[in-house]
Design a protein around this ligand. Structure first.
Ligand code: AAT
Length: 279
């Protein structure tokens, strides 16, 4: 008997992958979690039926999401990742020797547990002494960080699910204002902002919000084959450094996807994407 996993990416678009094994499938306190073994993509994590990450293509997402802002900042010391319970983003943050503390703020501890168990190549960094794992809503955490309970961050990375439930607020202008309040001078935000083909309004609105809040806002792209349409965007907001003129030293250790050349190239946008974010 064949077992197929299908994600309804939109009401009229689906992606399917054959699973050789179901490693875990359960309702957490927060969402439906599945971990499957697949032939084309290796071990795959899905939440509420939506693919979050796979072993084979996660580098295109995590490395681009993290190394672009951390190589842009001259000396990132404190970094927060909002969401990203699989640990892939944190693993990349730790490749920057200047980082002294990395905080992972994940709303669902079951995601962290599942990743520790089934995705060791992603979660490997979570036991590093520089890492603190906080089980909380990223919105509340960032709000409180700006009010002085938590020291400011040099970079805040928003590795959130698609805008459903508690993730809706992570695409709003209010949230970006709270992020700005939680950043140190010269700090940088990077947020995943979905597909330019399939989430046009959301992308436009999220980019516009970041451009309202930050003196500098830029959009860049990567290619993640298991995400809807494959073409994926990040919105970067900066209080100082320009990602087109990176001031940092870049990651130490090997990368599967990120290169300094790709860092620059990622900001070269297709005409329709430039049009999409035109003020
Ligand atoms: N690293 C790639 C995987 C993700 S996971 C996104 C994570 O965000 C999930 O584990 C989810 O539980 C968490 N999350 C959602 N809302 C919040 C919140 N308000 N605060 C903290 N964590 C939250 C991203 C996949 C990208 C989607 C591609 N279609």
């Amino acid at each position: 008997m064949e077992l197929w996993f299908t994600e309804n990416q939109t009401a009229s678009l689906r992606i399917s992958v054959k699973a050789s094994k179901v490693l875990e499938h359960r309702q957490t306190g927060y969402q439906e979690l599945s971990v499957l073994e697949t032939e084309p993509w290796g071990t795959m994590l899905a939440l509420d039926g939506m693919i979050q990450t796979t072993e084979r293509d996660e580098a295109a997402y995590h490395e681009m999401m993290v190394h672009v802002p951390l190589s842009t900042h001259p000396r990132p010391r404190r970094v927060a990742v909002i969401g990203g319970g699989d640990g892939g983003a944190i693993r990349e943050v730790l490749k920057h020797p200047s980082v002294e503390q990395a905080v992972l703020v994940e709303i669902d501890p079951a995601v962290v547990e599942a990743s520790r168990r089934w995705l060791p190549s992603l979660s490997s960094g979570l036991d590093d002494p520089r890492v603190q794992v906080v089980a909380a809503d990223g919105r509340a955490y960032v709000q409180q960080a700006g009010q002085g309970d938590v020291p400011p961050f040099d970079v805040i990375v928003v590795d959130s699910t698609d805008p459903v439930r508690a993730a809706v607020g992570l695409f709003s202008e209010e949230f970006y204002r709270d992020v700005r309040g939680a950043l140190a001078p010269g700090g940088i935000l990077t947020a995943q902002t979905e597909s330019p083909y399939l989430n046009r309004e959301l992308l436009r609105q999220a980019f516009r919000a970041a451009a309202q809040v930050f003196p500098l806002a830029r959009l860049y792209l990567t290619c993640v084959p298991t995400y809807p349409s494959g073409l994926w965007s990040f919105t970067l907001g900066s209080l100082g450094p320009d990602p087109l003129d990176p001031a940092g030293r870049g990651p130490e250790g090997s990368c599967r996807y990120y290169t300094p050349e790709l860092h620059r190239a990622a900001f070269a946008l297709p005409a329709f994407v430039t049009e999409l974010i035109r003020p």
